[in-house]
Ligand binder design. Sequence first.
Ligand code: NIG
Ligand code: FE
Length: 418
Amino acid sequence: MKIFIKNIKSLLMTIPNEVPFVEGHSMSELHQLNDAWLAVEDGLIADYGSMSEFEGIEDWRNLTIIDASGRFVLPTWCDSHTHTVFAKSRAGEFEDRLRGLTYEEIAQRGGGILNSARNLQAMSEDDLYTQAFDRLNFMMQHGTGAVEIKSGYGLTAESELKMLRVIKRLKETHPITIQSTFLALHAIPEHYSGNVDAFVDHMIQDVLPIVASEKLADFVDVFCEKGYFSVDHMSQLLKAAGELGIQGKVHVNQFNNLGAVQEAVQLGVRSVDHLELISNDDIASLKNSKTMAVALPGCSLFLEIPYTEARRIMEENIPLALATDFNPGSAPNSNMNLVNSLACIKMKMLPHEVIQASTINAAYAMDVHETLGSISRGKKANLILTKPLDSISEMFYYFGQSPVDGVILNGKVERSID
Ligand code: NIG
Ligand code: FE
């Protein structure tokens, strides 16, 4: 199957194939080609160029032609941090919060992650799979072409493995490219309360080896936070996973800065996520490292906590990515378009910076940058065709709406333009 997209108003993110991510200072320099065409073959980006230099098509058989007049074409969004497999909403806790309780207070009463874990433990693998599949369809319709999904609502060996098997099935069956993360240390189950070390040992010694031998995870993760897991617990997990060849991605600096960023960077994590709080030492450790900083503005909005200081991070030339953190407790939103608008409005990121943060940098944060995240010959043809728009800024200006019209994944039209 071949697709030829012609009359593209502007083709965005035409960076060289080998660029793994874009550093902070360069994020405002968007590579683009105006009045362009793009050809898709065998699921990949075959070629692109400008309409004025177009020399015709050799073989018109089996070719779908799309006229993209007035529209931007760009790589699909990569969402490098989600908890898409969960059993139930926590809308009851949402009401509690509206009445004045905080996220921490709800968690202390046995709500929060423990609430999600009870629901998940009770739900069958098939039901979890079907629900998550539908959620992925919504994300795809809104322009997301790659999603990282974490376990972490299991909290027992059995339920964590159940979650990871669901993610594996989604990987095998959904057109979105999926990466799987074993969120081994997310919350302390009730029967381990007062005995956190024993739970950490159990996850590292008993569960992690099974996850590794069954190849159920691309990454491991930990919620490093007061009342949850310490920097030392994080290090133990990252070291054990490293010995098994699994890299880390970590939840750090959401409510408190425990000094986890420096340790995580030193241990070679792929990304440090949240960073609602950040110190000069954290900044220094991230500079020139291979670790991506990931901001989650949907979580800041929903919990009314500070937004990650994107400008400060980018001014230090540190690369930054954006993700939804889609989960039932702190960020029940899976729409990257809203995240992108929030990054502009609340974090003062410029539209050009947002596009790089949500494509190539996000692809790097989930280790799919070699096949996704830019318009490069030979990468997967995962493409967004926007609605007809006057400018790039209009993509994020209509916040809460979607600029996405057409979606192509793996060279197949998943959503046609109107
Ligand atoms: O990324 N911080 C920990 N994990 C999630 C929240 C999970 C939940 O509340 O269910 C987060 O914000
Ligand atoms: Fe999270």
